[in-house]
Write a protein that binds this ligand. Sequence first.
Ligand code: SF4
Length: 377
Amino acid sequence: MAHILNFEFQDVKDILAKAGLKPFKAKQLWDWVHVKGVLDMDNMLNISKSDKSIMAQLFEFDELEISTQQNATDGVIKFLFKLHDGHEVESVFIPETDRGTLCISSQVGCTLNCRFCHTGTQGLSRNLTASEIVAQVHKARSVIEDWNGRGEKRNITNIVFMGMGEPLYNYDNVKKACKILMCDHGQGYGTRKITISTSGVVPHIQDISENLGVNLAVSIHAANNEARSKIMPINKKYPLEELMAAIKKFNLKEKRKIFWEYAPLKGINDSVQDAHDLCDLIEGVKSKVNIIPFNKWPGSPFDPATDEALTAFYKTMQKRGVLTTIRKTRGEDILAACGQLRSETSKINTVSIEFPETVKQYGTDRQKEKIKVNIEE
Ligand code: SF4
């Protein structure tokens, strides 16, 4: 028997119809689960006892278990969720003034072994099911009491697949989870509100563009094959020529951009020439580059770029007219790029943070305000 969160609305209707229940019963059930956030059947008040007993034989309704929950002083919440087989995955809620982002995982561990990534050192245990992906959102919304509205009224406004795992190596389940979360009868997340971040797995990029329509982020980290293959072995399988060909075919709807994640590593990909190479690589693609200062984790073979190198890199991007931000506020720092989640989240409770000169000089007012608050705390 599969979990109720594993099904799209039409599937639930079909399953209940086969069991002799009318379509409006599916709507009632869907409403409890995906609009009111209720998984406890005892609390589904307008469903009769006899219907509940039929539904209970068709679906599981267990809540996702929380292993640990860390609440940071700035509102960031790190969840470590325990799955039914004992594996654990992380999600992070990052509130901001104008939105709230939930960063979720798609796999337990990861096969791709990007050299700068802590998750990559763990290997892959297994893919998450669609219900385990949806459940991260469901549980997080319950914890922060977020089942009181849709759209801008809710606190978790954005969902990003930037947690553990490569989403496109578990694409069927990621796609299904997105469809469940986007369902108009339920949670109704818009395509602009969901972002899939990939290390560059080419085959599914077109399907995201044509059939899913959500945002795409690419962990690029180097703009030539030699450097990229050294730090991201996936580049040997899908070199930059193939990746860029897929990106150039990606149908960017109005005002949409491809998000590029770039973590400058000392002596590897942090030179001014590297910045020029990146600009050349993405020329002609509507883009936003997020520079993510690398946070060294125990055993990491790399060091972060110096402040001077980061500044020079950023200035070069600016001069070339590429929309670029340095992602270095507390919550965003935890979000980081694909693969830094596990190492970053352990730092949530850090009280004072020294930010790079580049952020002090070029960060937005909002970033600076956050820095100020963080340092004062
Ligand atoms: S960066 Fe992402 S794709 Fe690469 S090993 Fe880490 S989790 Fe996997």
